[in-house]
Design a protein around this ligand. Structure first.
Ligand code: TRP
Length: 337
């Protein structure tokens, strides 16, 4: 893992169960590509998942399930550092320092928190959810990550990270790397099959609109065949006027590496039925080896846990050094050993 490469960090919540096409094409594919150009750290952020109530057995199972899918999608423990957040205690420790540096008003302005707590009501909202963004700040700063691939919804959290890094550095001396705001381009944005006006997302729609990567091929094929399109018959990429067909073309093009123009030409004079049948096959061909690999990791938890143990060890080497510097800077008395 060459040290001269720029550092990247991203966190993935282990709450999804099966990843869906939107997760894969929108984010995970980029994580896989970044392994080649960056010194990349990826964390399954179980401590973040706990900010809303979790069944203990489900949380544990989902943590392995998320890891198995990340490995199946192509994250390679030889080329990146993949670990579970709670295996590296420095996240919670630096999180505390960052909590003490964050203004109450500042945290109160985080829009994701405001939206979620408004939906749930204050009494059912944990203080953990309130400080969620601050823990995310610690995640990023521990690894001196400059590059943090996230979607638009995370922009405010990255800006908070920059603010707190700069505040700490100004108050206590240069300690943290200030990350760039790098919002992942929406080229890979995938829409709901039943409502192509909204992003494909677990929370936003009926299960019919979401293609889960671990589903049986027959289930996914049926969803693709019943995708909402329009009343024309021409297969043309036009997200404004033909969002359904355009979405299918995006998925097809990204999974096969073909261009949209090439697909438009290939499907000239053919109907939506042909496009959907072929796309169902493309998805099935892509998902079969993915499911197989994920299954292998899940059937062999010892290997999977071993990969995570190595990842945590690599992560801790970096995280412990950063935390020690921060503890020293703020004036915590070193423990003697
Ligand atoms: N908040 C992120 C999300 O919901 C997950 C996350 C936690 C994260 N820590 C992170 C992303 C650090 C990037 C960097 O998607």
């Amino acid at each position: 893992m060459p040290a001269d490469r720029p550092r990247a960090f991203s966190g993935i919540q282990p709450t999804a169960g099966s990843f869906h096409l939107g997760n894969y094409l929108g984010a995970i594919r980029q994580y896989v590509a970044l392994q080649e150009t960056h010194d990349a750290f990826y964390s399954v952020v179980d401590l973040h998942a706990m900010t809303i109530p979790q069944d203990p057995a489900v949380l544990r199972a989902n943590t392995r399930l998320a890891t198995a899918q990340l490995l199946a999608a192509g994250l390679d423990p030889e080329r990146c550092t993949l670990f579970v957040q709670s295996h590296v205690p420095e996240h919670a420790q630096l999180g505390w320092l960052m909590n003490c540096l964050t203004g109450f008003g500042e945290a109160s302005r985080m829009t994701q928190f405001k939206d979620k707590s408004a939906r749930q009501g204050a009494e059912r909202t944990s203080v953990g959810l309130f400080t969620y963004p601050v823990l995310q700040v610690a995640d990023i700063l521990l690894y001196h990550a400059r590059h943090v691939p996230v979607g638009e919804d995370q922009r405010q959290h990255i800006e908070l990270t920059r603010d707190l890094a700069e505040r700490f550095n100004a108050r206590y001396g240069d300690t943290f790397t200030v990350p760039d705001v790098h919002i992942v381009k929406e080229t890979g944005k995938i829409y709901d099959l039943q409502d192509p006006a909204v992003k494909m997302s677990k929370s936003a729609s009926t299960p019919k609109g979401i293609v889960n990567l671990l589903d049986e091929p027959g289930v996914s094929a049926k969803k693709i065949r019943s995708a909402v399109t329009d009343t024309e018959t021409v297969i043309r990429f036009d997200p404004e006027r033909k969002p359904g067909v355009s979405n299918l073309l995006t998925v097809y093009a990204t999974l096969t590496g073909r261009t949209v123009a090439d697909l438009e030409a290939a499907y000239e004079g053919k109907g939506y039925g042909a496009l959907k049948t072929d796309l169902a096959q493309v998805v099935a061909d892509w998902a079969a080896p993915f499911r197989e690999r994920a299954r292998e990791y899940l059937d062999d938890p010892e290997t999977l846990d071993g990969i995570l143990a190595k990842g945590a060890e690599k992560a801790r080497t970096v995280a412990a050094e950063t935390l020690a510097a921060a503890y020293d800077r703020v004036g915590l008395l070193p423990a003697k050993h």
